[in-house]
Design a protein around this ligand. Structure first.
Ligand code: AMP
Length: 302
């Protein structure tokens, strides 16, 4: 099955209580693509500047990421600067430089326009909407966002949510967008905006999967070594969408397994800066951690 992603590719400067990295490779679409590439082939639509290293693009291509929809522009690549305190669940944005994103108009190549699964990673909601309009009859369109867009382009974001089947955002974003402090009430409001499925990421505490009449709770894997949570959300989404599109199955049981595969990939990602840990993962490590999650949450019915 075919999986298309549009989102950011970036240089990230990140500081956590465990260290800091300047100009590390990041971006929502980059994390997503590397993570999903462990499950399926990925079609990438994004833009980079002339300063983006060719070696990283070669790495993506070697991982079976199709770069036919990648635009290379003369300007500078998108840059994000953020910091985390001891609460690693909350990123504090220090600086956002849109650079080449300022004039970016995503073009979905003809060969990608019949993609069955589409992920609109964190990017300007108007650009997300323009990608939905260019894909013919996708089976599932899912969407992420962040506070930058909730605060700066709220109406456009709500319009985009009205065009998608599924939203994948974190708990703080549910609160900010819905105006509800209670996550259940906030989630209901977001489902009323249009999507049939909502995944709420809760950082190290796991994730919730909401549909109209059901909720599934995935645990967070207790980890001793968390160096950098940047990209955890996109890596989660890559595991989730990668698994769903590799199986072509959107049954409730498959969606639950997808939440666990998303959690597995995110749990590896936080163990290093950038996506260093995702460079060398093996299928048996992924499966081993899937079973760890299963053991962690398993208990008998009375
Ligand atoms: P996450 O930690 O999964 O929420 O996403 C982190 C990634 O999002 C980083 O690699 C950043 O480059 C990227 N990012 C940060 N701000 C934005 C923004 N306003 N638009 C698009 N991508 C962003």
């Amino acid at each position: 099955m075919s999986l298309l992603v549009v989102g950011s590719m970036a240089f990230d400067s990140v500081k956590t209580p465990y260290g800091e990295r300047e100009d590390a490779i990041g971006g929502s679409a980059t994390y997503f693509s590397v993570s999903a590439s462990y499950f399926t082939q990925v079609r990438l639509v994004a833009i980079v500047g002339s300063d983006f290293p060719q070696g990283e693009l070669d790495f993506l291509a070697d991982r079976n990421v199709d770069l036919a929809g990648l635009e290379r522009s003369e300007g500078e690549t998108f840059r994000w600067k953020g910091e985390y305190g001891y609460d690693l669940n909350t990123a504090h944005t220090l600086d956002t430089q849109l650079n080449v994103f300022q004039d970016f108009r995503p073009q979905v190549p003809a060969a990608f326009s019949e993609s069955e699964f589409v992920f609109l990673a964190n990017i300007d909601p108007e650009l997300q909407a323009s990608v939905v309009e260019q894909v013919k009859s996708p089976r599932l369109v899912a969407c992420d966002t962040m506070n930058f867009w909730i605060e700066g382009k709220r109406d456009e974001l709500i319009e985009t949510f009205g065009m998608v089947d599924m939203v994948v955002i974190n708990e703080g974003e549910v609160r900010e967008l819905s105006g509800e402090s209670n996550v259940l009430k906030g989630s209901r409001k977001i489902l009323e905006m249009g999507p049939k499925t909502l995944v709420v990421k809760q950082g190290e505490y796991g994730a919730l999967l909401f549909q109209k009449d059901s909720v599934f709770s995935a645990p967070g894997l207790p980890l001793e070594e968390i160096y950098d949570p940047t990209g955890a959300g996109d890596t989660f989404a890559g595991g989730f969408m990668g698994y769903i599109s590799s199986k072509g199955d959107m049954s409730p049981a498959a969606l639950r397994r997808a939440v666990i595969f998303g959690s597995v990939m995110a749990s590896f990602n936080v163990e290093s800066f950038s996506y260093d840990r995702l460079r060398t993962l093996t299928q048996s490590e992924i499966e081993g951690r899937y079973h760890q999650f299963s053991d962690l949450a398993h208990f008998d019915r009375l």
